[in-house]
Design a protein around this ligand. Structure first.
Ligand SMILES: [Zn+2]
Length: 333
């Protein structure tokens, strides 16, 4: 049977032709749907594979997805201390890192791969993202991770200060003493224990209000400029001064600018400095506990009056002591 446009076809033949065309059309539609379904199935399979790929690599030991890095304070700024806490994948036994070109050694927090380390941010750092590089040792090889840490904007105040002339224009003899003090400090600051001597929360050195914050730009007698790299406590002479954490006394001496000066090493480059003291209760080499009385306050050295100047150093960087004292140090369990 032919289904052309022949006008002579009978009505029966025409009806047959219509039925045939309808069947062909339905079959065509069915074939088209089948092809589309096949293609769709292929697309779905590909999508499923794409979705499963990261999951499978995660289960195969993708360290990035199994590692958690947190820090205190949550929004650090230049001059802040930073307490890093890292949960590593199973099997990491040792963790070290690099931060602002300095070596970081982590201490274990538990036996499940959690570690912590205290570091700091140089005061001249511009806001932005900075790399925390982590390197670990695991039974099956090594572990590496690069984490971006956002450092925010910080504004520090500016004040004018007047002190006795001898501290801004020292004579040749005083200059000699200042130079000798520099040598002493350099030698002291280079001595730090490889082991972490501090543990647990930091404690204030005195129960007294603070009178001068960290970071303030100071203009001495309208000329000499410096930055206040410590925290001042308004305490009268003779107030007991306590160690902010466990450590070892590196120096207990009278220096020109610092006056009665104690330096405590807390290990791994962390030190606390106590200035303008009158009497020492500890000597070089003594091991001290957190909260132990180490001295009496005073107003010696370059000071506007009796007070305690507390400074905290980490690998040559001065940190805001107020931030250090606020850290909630995780406990080993
Ligand atoms: Zn001060």
């Amino acid at each position: 049977m032919q289904c052309g446009g022949n006008a002579k076809q009978t009505s029966d033949a025409l009806a047959d032709c219509r039925r045939l065309r309808l069947r062909t059309w339905i079959r065509g539609l069915w074939l088209f749907n089948m092809r589309e379904m096949r293609e769709k199935t292929m697309v779905h399979s590909a999508l499923l594979l794409l979705l499963l790929a990261p999951a499978s690599s995660m289960f195969a030991g993708n360290v990035r997805s199994a590692t958690a890095v947190t820090w205190q304070p949550a929004n650090p700024v230049r001059g802040s201390a930073v307490l890093f806490q890292v949960s590593t994948p199973r099997g990491v036994r040792e963790l070290s890192g690099r931060w602002f070109g300095r070596e970081l050694k982590f201490s274990p927090l538990d036996n499940k791969g959690s570690f912590y380390a205290l570091a700091g941010i140089p005061i001249e750092t511009a806001p932005g993202s900075y790399d925390l590089e982590l390197n670990g040792l695991r039974s099956t090889g090594t572990f590496h991770l690069l984490k971006k840490v956002r450092i925010g904007q910080a504004r520090y105040p500016r004040v004018a200060i007047t002190v006795a002339k001898q501290f801004t224009e020292p004579n040749p003899e005083q200059l000699k003493q200042i130079d000798a003090d520099k040598q002493i400090k350099q030698a002291v600051f280079s001595k730090t224990s490889e082991a972490q001597l501090w543990h647990g929360d930091f404690r204030p050195p005195a129960e007294a209000p603070t009178s001068g914050v960290f970071g303030t730009e100071r203009v001495f007698n309208g000329r000499v400029q410096s930055r206040h790299l410590g925290l001042d406590y308004a305490v009268p002479s003779g107030t007991p001064i306590r160690a902010i954490n466990h450590g070892r006394v590196l120096l207990a001496e009278h220096l020109y600018f610092e006056g009665g000066f104690i330096v405590i090493d807390h290990g791994r480059g962390l030190m606390s400095l106590y200035l303008h003291l009158s009497d020492f209760m500890v000597k070089e080499g003594d091991v001290v506990a957190a909260g132990q009385v180490i001295a009496s306050s005073g107003g010696s050295g370059r000071a506007t009056g009796p007070h305690l100047h507390l400074a905290v150093r980490w690998q040559g960087i001065y940190l805001d002591p107020a931030v250090v004292l606020r850290l909630q140090v995780p406990k080993y369990w």
